[in-house]
Design a protein around this ligand. Structure first.
Ligand SMILES: Nc1ncnc2c1ncn2[C@@H]1O[C@H](COP(=O)(O)OP(=O)(O)O)[C@@H](O)[C@H]1O
Ligand SMILES: [Mg+2]
Length: 496
């Protein structure tokens, strides 16, 4: 083993500081000995400081201090803070046991060897799948426990463009390979070109009979402040409509009755006529998502497939209503399965929620807040798990987020987002959190139950997901040059 530093200052069992001769990067793994045995540490901060150059107040002094610093090798100090990951003996068996006493000051700090890290991070048993490599050790493959994703929930929290969707696509691919069931709630039609054999792309189907009149109004694009229109729709949408074999005809008939009724006041007549127009327009535009026959919206979701539910083209509230219907049905179905009753999904279902802050906002209840909270709390018992994906973690419902067992975090620059992450997982400390903005695309902190040990990982780029890339506008404009456009000469222009 290569000795790289010496423990200094006040060491605690879970945290050490050490001086080093050479640079040691955040995310590196080091080991040192304690009375309990050898301990693995994760470097969380790495500082380089010149005492002489720290206190200069002008340029000339800075030049002098630079020369003095060069002449005095003691002036530049490199020091690191590292957090105990656990006793190596335990970590190798997948257990995290902390030392009871810190290392003695002056203890030698060694770089953890690749071989040791390989034993810790690479696991080829059935539950584990490879997701990338240790950021500081290219030669160490990192595996995650997919079983924990499918049972204990996962949050992927990272700034835009840091590779959230890539990681989700990678997990979808691995889930497909294990014959698993996943539903991706695709708010931005990002996954419609996912090239996984078992991927299916479906548009949601909603039976309007299952909606209350306010939800029906939302689905028909009646404005939320159009209280008169909503009121008239509520009057027309009675029990008979809900049970009528021809739902839309029955609903429209009731509205026409309002229009034709001599006792109806003028205002109500006009409003009912407007609602009739809105229904016709709604059916013309979105008719294919309403299905008055289907018993359950789950008919279009297949077990043992990656089901991409296309929510693009819906407003926020409509997407929430759809998600609420689907997730309620899935949870009920899985409850039935565990009780030995008839069910569509015989095995666990993973639900991935892109743009999760849209569906579980922190400051109010959305139409699907309740069901998502229920799944977060009790989904585990029934084999329903969540993957929440968001670039604004602080805008997520903290109660739901705190139920997540595993985390992938990267590139968050906003202090509120960083604080939120540290609140919901104690594995990302303030110091490690401070390194988040400097992580590049695909570089993520993986923490929680899906990894043996928290680590900085370079996630693999998957080729199956070609979408989500920034559009190449210049190329696309260039391709347009000869399409549908004829160059007109100046003479022609004059003649025109
Ligand atoms: N692990 C990775 N390694 C290299 N490039 C990546 C990686 N993950 C994502 N990218 C690239 O970064 C871009 C944004 O990735 P994406 O997953 O869409 O980010 P996000 O969903 O966080 O906005 C894509 O063009 C993708 O090709
Ligand atoms: Mg994305």
């Amino acid at each position: 083993m290569v000795e790289i530093g010496i423990v200094v200052g006040e060491a605690r069992p879970e945290r050490i500081k050490f001086f080093t001769k050479e640079a040691v990067r955040v995310g590196e793994f080091v080991v040192t000995d304690t009375v309990d045995g050898r301990v693995l540490y994760l470097v969380e901060s790495s500082k380089l400081e010149s005492k002489l150059l720290s206190s200069v107040g002008d340029y000339i002094t800075a030049i002098e201090a630079k020369e003095a610093s060069k002449a005095n090798p003691r002036d530049v100090v490199r020091y690191c803070a590292a957090r105990a990951v656990g006793l190596i003996e335990g970590v190798l068996k997948g257990r995290r046991v902390y030392p009871t006493l810190p290392p003695e000051p002056g203890s030698a700090v060694f770089l953890a060897e690749d071989d040791l890290l390989r034993q810790i991070f690479h696991n080829d048993s059935r539950e584990w799948v490879e997701v990338g490599r240790l950021l500081r050790r290219d030669g160490v493959i990192v595996s995650i426990n997919l079983n924990k994703v499918a049972s204990r929930h996962l949050a992927i929290l990272a700034a835009t463009g840091k590779g959230k969707s890539n990681l989700l696509a990678l997990l979808a691919k691995e889930t497909a390979e294990k014959n698993g069931t996943m539903i991706i709630l695709d708010y931005h039609a990002e996954y419609c070109k996912l090239k996984i054999e078992k991927a299916r792309f479906v548009t949601p189907r909603i039976n309007p009979r299952h909606l209350d009149s306010e939800e029906l109004a939302d689905m028909l694009d009646i404005r939320s402040d159009a209280t008169r229109q909503r009121g008239i729709l509520g009057r027309a949408y009675n029990k008979n409509v809900a049970s009528s074999p021809n739902f839309w005809e029955a609903l429209k008939k009731n509205l026409e009755d309002i229009v034709e009724n001599e006792e109806t006041d003028f205002q109500a007549k006009v409003t009912a006529e407007r609602v009739l127009e809105i229904i016709d327009r709604g059916l013309a535009i979105k008719g294919n998502i309403f299905n008055t026959e289907t018993e359950s919206p789950l008919d279009i979701i297949e077990p043992n497939r990656i089901n991409v539910l296309d929510l693009s083209g819906f407003t926020e509230i409509q997407a929430q209503i759809i998600v609420a219907r689907y997730l309620t049905e899935i949870l009920n179905d899985r409850k039935n399965a565990t009780l030995g009753r008839r069910s569509r999904f015989k095995s666990p279902v993973v639900i991935a929620v892109e743009e999760a802050h849209t569906f579980i906002p922190y400051d109010r209840k959305s139409k699907c807040s309740d069901v998502l909270a229920r799944i977060a709390r009790e989904g585990r018992k029934f084999g329903v798990s969540l993957i929440l994906v968001s670039q604004r973690p602080c805008k997520l419902d903290a109660d739901v987020a705190s139920q997540m067992g595993s985390f992938a975090v990267s590139g968050l620059t906003h202090p509120k987002d960083q604080d939120f992450v540290m609140e919901v997982t104690d594995e990302v400390s303030t110091e490690l959190g401070a390194s988040l903005p400097s992580l590049n695309t695909g570089e993520m902190i993986l923490a929680g139950q899906w990894v043996t040990v928290p680590a900085l990982v370079k996630v693999d780029l998957i080729e199956e997901k070609v979408i989500g890339m920034d559009l190449n506008a210049i190329e696309m404009w260039a391709e347009d040059v000869n399409v549908g456009y004829r160059r007109i000469s100046t003479e022609e222009l004059i003649r025109l």
